[in-house]
Design a protein. Structure first.
Length: 303
């Protein structure tokens, strides 16, 4: 179990005294369980594909999870099952879990209820075999049978970046989205959360670099180093882009803005928060991306 809060405390008591942290920026979150790995032979999975028991949509979900790493049930519905009832989707997901195409990660938090901790879905053992044997994809450390250990906070970075991706794809003209691209400047190397390109109504392409930070011990120090790198990279390479910093709430955005302004990169930096992405009243084109100038938050109109 992660964290230092006694598990013997009654949940309702704990909830009364703890701060209500954003879902995907919660220092009291911990992995409760991971679904056991299936052990299907590939010839069995291949037979199911040929007989269409495993559908083209199932295969697309497998490919997507390989790239996007971790998705929630709601995100899978938004990406692949917009016209289906949740009960129907759960039946399909259950079959995919049974055949090992995908796998669940159950997490909990001492600061919120069970219902507020949606399970995460990742690539399963059979899914990795499909990518390797059917498509010739080198799965490497993303194969769950010998995956590289990652923290829950690291997984949350992908979950919230995926939420931004889904909304960008639905509401704007998203031309490109790439996770962890590599930028080199001499011996220095940076791999931000993602880079993406939006096309404006006038036909121009706007490049963005996305940095996602959770409530980690050294995130402010890391951000300062990242800002310094991208400032030098833009100057030396001549490449122009807008830096987007994704944090959980306005308080962290204000802290990040102070760092950005101190480093002299404020004119080319935008912010977006979890609160904006999950607000029932938000509109991505008009009330998600913002800058902070002289302590005033100003949203950009991308319509």
């Amino acid at each position: 179990m992660e964290g230092n809060v006694s598990p013997l405390l009654q949940q309702e008591r704990t909830e009364e005294v703890l701060v209500k942290y954003p879902t995907y920026d919660d220092p009291f979150a911990y992995v409760e369980s991971m679904a056991p790995l299936t052990r299907h032979q590939y010839y069995y999975i291949e037979k199911l594909i040929n007989q269409n028991w495993i559908t083209d949509r199932d295969l697309l979900i497998v490919k997507t999870l390989f790239v996007h790493r971790w998705l929630t049930f709601t995100q899978i519905c938004n990406l692949f099952f917009e016209d289906n009832e949740p009960a129907t989707v759960r039946k399909r997901i259950k079959k995919m879990l049974k055949h090992g195409l995908i796998r669940t990660i159950t997490w909990r938090s001492h600061s919120k209820s069970k219902a507020s901790c949606p399970s995460l879905y990742e690539l399963g053992a059979s899914g990795a075999d499909i990518l390797n044997n059917k498509y010739g994809v080198r799965v490497g450390s993303r194969d769950p049978r010998h995956a590289k250990a990652t923290t829950l906070a690291y997984k949350f970075k992908y979950v919230i970046a995926n939420e931004l991706y889904i909304q960008l794809n639905h509401e704007l003209q998203l031309m490109h989205f790439e996770f962890t691209p590599v930028f080199r400047l001499g011996e220095e190397v940076q791999a931000p959360t993602a880079r993406f390109i939006l096309r404006t109504p006038g036909g121009a392409d706007l490049p963005f670099i996305l940095i996602c930070h959770r409530d980690e011990e050294k995130w402010m120090k890391t951000l300062r180093y990242q800002i310094d790198f991208y400032k030098k990279y833009m100057k030396e390479s001549g490449e122009q882009f807008i830096l987007v910093i994704l944090v959980s709430d306005e308080k962290k955005a204000e802290i990040a803005n102070k760092i950005v302004r101190t480093e002299g990169f404020g004119e080319t930096t935008w912010f977006v928060t979890d609160n904006d992405l999950y607000s029932p009243d938000h509109c991505l084109t008009k009330s998600s991306f913002f800058e902070i100038a002289d302590g005033v938050k100003q949203y950009f109109d991308l319509s």
